[in-house]
Design a protein around this ligand. Structure first.
Ligand code: AVI
Length: 341
């Protein structure tokens, strides 16, 4: 275990982390393996059945998500990128920080806009992405080192909460959570996440949050049921991941993808539906269940927001709205908050 110090940790946290690969920090007590299995079993046996969205991101799932971002119907990535391209200068001017801490491995065009401005306005700085994907962090590290040698890279190979809680409250930081990933959090995870994030933020910290907005159902439904079927493949691929993890026998030929915008809950719901009744066996844990014909498994939700209401809501978590950036069609919002003193 190689011991070095990093300016991003408080003294107390420093002792809990070690360098794994150059520039990548891991908690000493990292325990990764049992969590996905427990999560899959407990939610698959829930009533009705569902899955936590993070299981979607095995290597194939991550590849498919990259393809989704380029689909003509999937306006989210392009629109958010446009907003950041236009407003990065103002965002960074409004958030006087030394560290940009991104939730997600991030080395997209979007991150580049922010890092370019951070470097231009503040000079030497730190970039600290937090992600459970080591591959994503390594790619991000290599790209940042090549393109921004004046920016020090400290990747945190950890779950979001573990990562952001470790960052020194005295290091002025901009926490960046883009892509409307917050929309994939359910109604339990959402308040838990903001409570933990606000508690981890110091008095000089900011949050930049990307949120997709409520809009006509036809636009939303097209974005999540694209004509090339990539979204369906992405959602159903979760079962290939489960088959591997749990020696299960989910059969892609015996299921179909279904999604719709639920207006009451303001969310796109993405399901796998059984084409026929089938016995699902999970050999690794010696468990089985009957998946009935037409029974749905909720694989992912994607919530859509009214940005003003979101600003009001986050105020109750101790995050004060500083600025609101949007696109000409007002389809997507990028919101800047400051942790209240
Ligand atoms: C990552 N997340 C914000 C995407 C979304 O739009 O909710 C995931 C996604 N699922 C299907 N298409 C995209």
């Amino acid at each position: 275990m190689k011991q070095e110090n990093s300016p991003i940790f408080s003294a107390e946290e420093q002792a809990r982390w070690h360098i794994d690969e150059p520039g990548i920090w891991v908690p000493n007590d990292a325990e990764v393996d049992s969590i996905p299995i427990l999560s899959i079993l407990t939610t698959l046996w829930d009533q009705p059945r569902w899955l936590e969205a993070y299981h979607l991101y095995d290597p194939r799932g991550s590849e498919l998500f990259e393809q989704i971002c380029d689909l003509p119907e999937y306006y989210l990535t392009r629109t958010e990128n446009l907003i950041l391209e236009q407003h990065a200068r103002d965002i960074i001017a409004n958030a006087p920080v030394r560290c940009v801490a991104e939730l997600g491995a991030g080395y997209s065009k979007k991150t580049v806009h922010l890092l370019t401005e951070q470097l231009r306005q503040r000079g030497r700085s730190v970039f600290a992405p937090i992600d459970v994907s080591l591959a994503g962090l390594l790619a991000s590290r290599d790209a940042v080192r090549a393109d921004f040698p004046e920016i020090t890279f400290h990747g945190l190979h950890a779950r979001y909460e573990e990562g952001f809680s470790a960052i020194d409250k005295n290091l002025p930081s901009l926490f960046v959570f883009l892509g409307s990933t917050i929309g994939n959090f359910n109604h339990t995870d959402f308040p838990r996440f903001f409570r933990a994030l606000a508690a981890a933020m110091g008095p000089h910290d900011y949050l930049l949050l990307g949120a997709d907005r409520v809009k006509p159902a036809r636009l939303l439904e097209a974005a999540y049921n694209d004509s090339r079927g990539v979204t369906g493949e992405f959602i159903l691929n979760v079962f290939a991941n489960i088959n591997r993890l749990l020696e299960a026998n989910f059969d892609p030929a015996k299921m179909r993808y279904h999604s719709w915008f639920n207006p009451e809950w303001q969310q796109i719901e993405m399901y796998a539906v059984a084409r026929a009744t089938q016995e699902i066996r999970l050999a690794a844990v010696d468990a089985a269940f009957q998946w009935q014909k037409d029974e749905k498994i909720l694989v992912e939700i994607s919530r859509k927001f009214d940005p003003i209401r979101l600003q009001e809501q986050l105020h109750f978590f101790g995050l004060r709205a500083v600025a609101h950036y949007t696109d000409p069609r007002e389809w997507f919002s990028v919101l800047l908050f400051k942790k209240e003193d």
